[in-house]
Design a binder for this molecule. Sequence first.
Ligand code: NAD
Length: 420
Amino acid sequence: MKEQLLENPVFNMAAEQFDRTADFLNLSNDVRERCKWPKRLLTVSIPIKRDTGETEVFFGYRVQHHLTRGPVKGGLRFHPNVELGEVAALAMWMNWKCALMGLPFGGGKGGVTCDPRNMSESELENMTRRYTAEMLPFIGPETDVMAPDMGTNEQVMAWMLDVYSSHAGHLVPSVVTGKPVNLQGSEGRTAATGHGVAFLATRALTKCKILHEKATAIIQGFGNVGYHAALTMERFGVTIIGISDVTGAVYNSEGINVRALSDHVAESGGVKGFLASDAIDPNDLLVQECDVLVPAALERVITVENARDLKCKVLAEAANGPTTIGADAILEKRDDIFLVPDILCNAGGVTVSYFEWVQNLQRFQWSEQEVLTKLDTMMAKAFDRVIAFAQRNELPHRVAALALGIKEVADVKKQRGLFP
Ligand code: NAD
């Protein structure tokens, strides 16, 4: 019954990863069950007036995986594929990610099934405001703090803050993170996830004894995470040779200028047609030779069909759940690819979200330098812990990262005991 409610390929993946790791940790059935299933699964209908004057109802979700270690933290996604099971999987991964990074949060995720590319600004605003209103009894700085994810951004966070604060009767900046800096967002938050991805990708290159200045990278997805990962890697000396987004893929073995591509996207709506490059099939792009491959778009893009053909040295998972269980089995047999697993690789976003929440609670503002230095320190520590744990226990990097996160949650569950 529980499985049926959440039936979805992404949830099945997250559940299978959990079961495997729980077996390694030898978790008792009692703790295993309490760790695996989400605390709250919320589904709401969101009626809005379209610009045509017609009313349309969207479905919105929020899954709060656990409140055991603190308020839940996690993004809000606007995308046509959003389903309850997918949101539950993303909430579960957020839970292990927060625990791995030592942040005082549980995991959460939200989403609305819609296509934001086909909605006007005012339709998006109305949908965001109504979603927030429906969630009012369940969110707040001590219960659930949302942030941007696919299809959402700092403007969406500002609308959410406005709805929550209007009901509270005063400004409550700590109810969301990833908001504009002049609304008490954090310096460095927009770039944080991509910055963290680039920081760990280059750390992995060093482990593989590859000089950054001689390395090449290919990136799938050129949104918030893909763009900042590309820009930061470029700054670290890495040559970006391929980038794709929903409109197509571009390749140039001599290097793509990230800012020039970004200007092209701002003008034309996508990477397709960027003159200083060749067009390439987006699926072929993933299997081109490179040092770093960064999936920074959707789930389940590294599959049994392409895992054997990958020609990267480092696979830096910026997206959540980009590698299927079948592909993992193939990659684990290959000793020529250094995996930086998603819950570690993209943890820069939630870490700076944590900094933002702390700054809001303290009514204090840190500089960008301060934020990024603190972030690098925490990312480096988590990376070293995961790699050392994997080596000590002869585990794949993914299982090592999950084990460190899940064990933290399991220990706290045991300490708090079962009510009543
Ligand atoms: P975004 O909406 O800003 O960008 C998504 C990008 O993916 C866009 O460029 C889009 O064109 C591209 N895309 C969509 N479908 C594609 C396809 N089939 N092939 C190639 N590209 C495609 O989203 P984002 O915030 O950059 O998030 C990207 C990923 O990173 C998601 O998996 C998200 O969960 C994860 N993530 C984001 C954050 C964050 O702080 N934003 C934090 C952690 C993890």
